[in-house]
Design a protein around this ligand. Structure first.
Ligand SMILES: *Cc1c(COP(=O)(O)O)cnc(C)c1O
Length: 399
């Protein structure tokens, strides 16, 4: 029995486990895991130790049985009483993705995409990213001896660029030449066509496999608590789609009774998915993305249409939050839960606050906040916001 198939979103053509990234019609492919072929039990999966790829092997589009990993996943799901009290929520849980090997959840999708590329015989892996997905890929390539080329937006924070350089990736900042287009994605597509490099971005239109890695965050949550809602920050929507797919698969297997409601959060300064959700329309590019949350400033939500289809079934809400609320959430995570997150990684908490105020989330709901990236990723923004530290001179009446 085949482990998975690929289905083209545009023309409906189906493929097996062959070496392919996009449909012959150039349409976006979606992996569909054959649920009927899964013979393990939930107990067996939960009892497995070792890396996430080995643990969830049956659910991932990988064929090699000894995948190469850096130790992704197995992140803590914690309740902070102090944060709960501050926000007036009784059951707020934080899924701390900042402790992944390179400090963001992107390690989950990238490890699947990279292993698949190696199965396909890759030597050069290429990424288009605002930073975190590229860092995941660069670290993985450094560890396993592959070449990594990354295209990042021209205004990516210096700290993210330095990480990439330190990890040995070839890094290029790409200038926007046409409003509403993503120049990094255009460069990626060009290099795939021209040089035959393997595309490993974190979104699905160029590579359908890594989205499957994002599912593991849903599995981990489902194994620990029976959540009412999970709130997800959205850039390219790979994480949103993966989370929705993960819960759906567990429900179809009867491993959970109900899927948590999955809510999507974007910044008001770049909210193409929220707009499409409100209008019940297709995703359109956002003309002028502007937000402190650089990791979700994607002008085009690549996996948005696919994610919206599942969202309408799941029943979640898409909400846009102002940057001021994102920065407030960043500070609350630090001061009340001890988690230092980047603004992008705090957007989900900002979304929870907005959804609480709108009455979508009730104070007794079991809510999971995905804290997706560490504050060390974007130190510039913290440094500029904090007040000057006082200087004291020993011996002048102080002690
Ligand atoms: C990329 C990223 C997101 C958004 O994930 P998408 O899959 O692009 O929607 C959220 N938080 C952080 C820290 C990220 O790096």
């Amino acid at each position: 029995m085949q482990k998975y198939k690929l289905v083209c979103e545009k023309c409906g053509k189906e493929y097996g486990a062959e070496k392919i990234y996009t449909c012959s019609c150039s349409g976006r492919l979606e992996v569909s895991i054959n649920i009927d072929a899964i013979e393990v039990s939930k107990e067996e999966i939960m009892g497995r130790r070792g890396n996430v790829l080995a643990k969830y092997f049956e659910f991932l589009p990988l064929l090699a049985t000894s995948p190469k990993t850096l130790g992704e996943g197995y992140t803590p799901l914690m309740k902070s009483e102090r944060l709960c009290e501050k926000l007036g929520l009784k059951n707020l849980y934080l899924k701390n993705e900042t402790v992944n090997p390179t400090g963001s959840f992107k390690d989950r999708p990238i490890v699947v995409g990279a292993n698949k590329a190696v199965e396909f015989g890759a030597e050069v892996l290429v990424s288009a990213s605002s930073g975190n997905a590229a860092t995941s890929l660069a670290a993985w390539c450094a560890r396993f001896g592959l070449k990594c080329v990354t295209f990042v937006p021209v205004d990516a924070p210096k700290s993210k660029l330095a990480q990439l350089q330190m990890l040995g990736a070839l890094v290029y900042r790409v200038v926007l030449h046409e409003k509403g287009k993503d120049p990094t994605a255009e460069m990626l597509a060009f290099c795939v066509r021209k040089f035959g490099w393997h595309p490993v971005p974190s979104f699905g239109s160029f590579n359908p496999y890594q989205i499957e890695g994002a599912k593991t965050v849903a599995y981990e949550i489902a194994e620990e608590i029976d959540a009412d809602a999970v709130v997800v920050p959205v850039g390219g929507a790979g994480l949103l789609l993966g989370t929705l797919k993960g819960f759906k698969e567990y429900r179809e297997l009867g491993w959970i009774e109900k899927e948590p409601i999955v809510h999507a959060v974007q910044s008001e300064g770049c909210a193409p998915l929220v707009r499409a959700w409100k209008e019940r329309s297709e995703i359109r590019a956002w003309a002028n993305p502007r937000t402190v949350a650089g990791g979700i400033a994607d002008p085009y939500t690549w996996d948005g249409n696919a994610a919206l289809k599942l969202m309408y079934r799941n029943g979640g809400t898409a909400v846009a939050v102002p940057d001021s609320l994102i920065l407030e959430a960043q500070e609350s995570l630090a001061k009340y839960a001890g988690i230092f997150a980047e603004p992008t990684g705090s957007a989900s908490l900002a979304g929870i606050i907005a959804l609480r105020d709108a009455g979508v989330i009730q104070s007794s709901d079991k809510v999971v906040c995905l804290v997706t990236g560490t504050g060390f990723k974007d130190l510039d923004i913290v440094v500029t916001r904090m007040p000057e530290v006082p200087v004291i001179e020993v011996g002048r009446g102080w002690i």
